[in-house]
Write a new protein. Structure first.
Length: 360
């Protein structure tokens, strides 16, 4: 098959669901973080779609989102064909979400390959990203493997899953290896050992596979999801497919399939990557001053260190603070220790239980 013809069988799926609670007060239930312009003029969703240019035909980019976010997706991606916005019947984890997308793609093209990308990652080097994803497509199409992209770790992070690298498949850059195993989020000592080993990568949550290979793997490792894919792919069974979707367990594709499958390959990423997990991630995106403070907007910092401050609507002045997060928005202000950035969701939970539900 010619390179051009292979290219015409490639599709990309952007997963645009999720609550984005850790970016409150800027993220809200109806405006999760992927719809925010955290690192510039374009939102994370818009940047994700932009990075895919040249990898797949524009008409082959699909977005999966819940119904309450559909209008926001259409506003931010006005060129997206209407039929390429897939509405989830309910939030059921990435496994069901990707089965829905795979079923829709298989209806269009039985020989399709499919790349999977989150809408809320920040990636600076678009050219290197495209090189790595192109290598993942080539690997998936020539080896019939399920392919993932792994990120070389820069710290002993306990909030990420890890991939242990096995035998080499292709040694040039970007390199490709077989996956020895997936490891769920480790404790600190294990994460430190993984960092020192040089044989472990962060699991980025980006995948590439041939749709037919995915379907066969589901039959072997997750037959209920295989049956769901068949139902979702049959327009005559729309009502039954919806009921089956609602009954499906809320599993990630990692747990449902990738950790069980035998033929899984990993492309080692050569691009900078962040999952933008909380306000504490902003220094890597915004840069820092000599006191390691990161700030945006109208901000005045005096005798501060290691702090993240965002002044969205007015001057935010911070004096004599270390390791602090301060985020201003039109109707709410967040202040917390930087070490508690992951706990911001507790604010959202408290708002949901109280009289200020409109602010969650």
């Amino acid at each position: 098959m010619s390179a051009r013809r292979a290219h015409s069988h490639r599709y990309a799926v952007i997963m645009a669901g999720g609550a984005g609670t850790r970016f409150w007060p800027h993220s809200r239930r109806r405006r999760p973080k992927q719809f925010l312009a955290i690192d510039g003029g374009r939102t994370l969703l818009q940047e994700t779609a932009r990075r895919l240019r040249g990898l797949v035909p524009a008409a082959h980019v699909l977005v999966v989102a819940p119904r309450e976010l559909a209008a926001l997706v259409r506003r931010q991606l006005p060129a997206l064909p209407r039929e390429n916005l897939l509405i989830e019947p309910a939030a059921r984890g990435t496994a069901a979400c990707l089965v829905l997308a795979a079923a829709r793609i298989a209806r269009r093209d039985a020989g399709a390959s499919m790349g999977v990308f989150a809408a809320d990652h920040a990636i600076r080097d678009g050219a290197r990203f495209r090189d790595c994803v192109a290598r993942a497509f080539e690997t998936a199409e020539t080896t019939d493997a399920l392919v993932t992209l792994g990120i070389p770790p820069t710290a002993p992070e306990t909030g990420y899953g890890y991939i242990e690298v096995g035998a080499a498949l292709r040694g040039d850059t970007p390199r490709v290896d077989w996956v020895a195993r997936f490891v769920e989020k480790p404790d600190q000592a294990t994460a430190q050992r993984f960092l020192a080993s040089g044989r472990h990568l962060w699991n980025s949550g980006m995948f590439v596979w041939r749709v037919a290979v995915l379907r066969a793997a589901l039959d072997h490792h997750a037959p209920a999801l295989g049956r769901l894919m068949d139902e979702l792919g049959d327009p005559r069974r729309a009502a039954a497919a919806r009921r089956a979707y609602l009954r499906s367990p809320g599993e990630s594709i990692d747990v449902a399939l990738m950790e069980r499958a035998a033929r899984v390959a990993v492309v080692t990423a050569t691009f900078d990557w962040s999952d933008v997990g909380s306000w504490a991630a902003m220094p890597a995106l915004w840069g820092s001053d000599t006191a390691r403070n990161a700030s945006r907007g109208d901000v005045l910092l005096i005798d501060c260190r290691d702090s993240v401050v965002y002044g969205a609507t007015r001057l935010v002045a911070v004096l004599g603070a270390d390791d602090l997060i301060v985020v201003d928005s039109p109707d709410a202000v967040l202040v917390c220790p930087r070490s508690r950035a992951q706990d911001v969701r507790r604010v959202v939970d408290a708002l949901a239980r109280g009289r200020r539900r409109h602010l969650r």
